[in-house]
Design a protein around this ligand. Structure first.
Ligand code: NCD
Ligand code: ZN
Length: 344
């Protein structure tokens, strides 16, 4: 049994850092990562190149002194996004994010007419800008547990056929159907997997009482979906890589009568992943999942420096205090027994 894990400095390829006081409170929690793909679902959303540059500057200002961290920025797509908006983000953003309107937190300005976006997607393909997809339909008649599967068939597959040169990341895959869809693609498609979808299923959300801290979108699904995600993450297939979807919300927002979707995992995602990969007896695939597969798909330079995780006495983390209320750190349901080695 190993007590240390050496990893190339990892990438978090899907991260919510928010803005203002929350950004200041959470930015330092991603300090173990070399880079992160920053989600643009602020209020108002980040829909233009100048807003992206300004947001990037606010992130850099919020990172504690000495934190070596590169925010990789994204554009929020709306029905009004134009091919010229894509031209303008070259060198400013690496990807654009498709939120179907009303699919999740701060997605009201997202896309209603996905077919109408075709000229924008074609320009993205020409310019090598990746498309990041929140893969859920919002049709009220579709059950929330089926929304990912229905999206793949009704929306994503036709879209990929319309714009075959586009590189697409299916974000936060939550189902066995999603895993199979990524595996079925010949090229140009990859998927991110979160830490929380690897450790909880819908029983952890709903049995014995509603557990709002386990509520996120896409919603956690059946035990067999979780098992399929663990197999995909640990199995060594280079099309799967880590995106935490760490999504901080304060307690007042999480615990109200209409609690916000999102799990704040940034401070615990590495110890959770070490636990999951060790349990699967696949610590050998943790480094590619965290530090190589994503960089290669995005065409980013591969990290050369390393971090070291070490086994430690069981611990849990306290909430992060902010002026808007505490933000609880996601509880995986087991004690954490890995931490960053001091000085590493
Ligand atoms: C995210 C958020 O809070 O911004 N919430 C979530 O449940 N994952 C949005 C998202 O990625 O869907
Ligand atoms: Zn997200």
């Amino acid at each position: 049994m190993t007590d240390t894990i050496i990893l190339h400095r990892p990438d978090d390829l899907h991260l919510h850092l928010r803005d203002g006081a929350i950004l200041s409170a959470v930015a330092g929690q991603s300090a173990d990562f070399a880079r992160a793909i920053i989600m643009p679902n602020l209020v108002p959303p980040v829909t233009k190149a100048d807003a992206i540059a300004a947001y990037r500057a606010r992130i850099e200002a919020a990172c504690p002194a000495g934190m070596a961290f590169e925010p990789l920025m994204t554009l929020y797509l709306t029905d009004d996004t134009t091919p010229e908006d894509i031209d303008a983000i070259e060198g400013v953003a690496v990807a654009a994010k498709l939120y179907p309107a009303h699919a999740t937190t701060n997605s009201a300005s997202g896309v209603n007419d996905i077919e109408g976006l075709t000229p924008v997607l074609e320009r993205m393909a020409e310019r090598g800008i990746l498309l990041l997809v929140h893969g859920e339909v919002t049709d009220h008649s579709v059950d929330i547990f089926d929304r990912e599967a229905v999206f793949l068939e009704r929306v994503l597959d036709p879209m990929r056929r319309r714009v075959p040169g586009l590189k697409v990341v299916l974000e936060h895959i939550s189902s066995a159907v999603g895993v199979d869809y990524v595996k079925s693609a010949e090229a140009g498609l990859a998927g991110t997997i979160t830490a929380h979808h690897l450790v909880i299923d819908r029983n952890d959300l709903l049995v014995g009482g509603i557990r709002p801290y386990n509520y996120c979108l896409p919603i956690v699904k059946r035990a067999r979906d979780r098992v399929a995600l663990v197999e995909a993450a640990t199995g060594g297939d280079t099309r799967f890589f880590f995106g935490s979807d760490s999504a901080p919300h304060t307690d007042p927002k999480k615990l109200g009568p209409c609690g916000a979707a999102g799990c704040f995992t940034a401070p615990v995602s590495l110890p959770i992943l070490a636990h999951v990969f060790e349990e699967a007896d696949r610590l050998d695939t943790l480094d590619p999942f965290l530090s190589r597969n994503g960089a290669r798909f995005y065409g980013l330079p591969e990290a050369e420096t390393t971090i070291t995780l070490e086994r430690c006495a069981p611990y849990a983390l306290d909430p992060i205090e902010t002026p808007e209320g505490p933000i609880a750190v996601f509880d995986p349901g087991f004690a954490l027994t890995w931490r960053l080695a001091p000085g590493a």
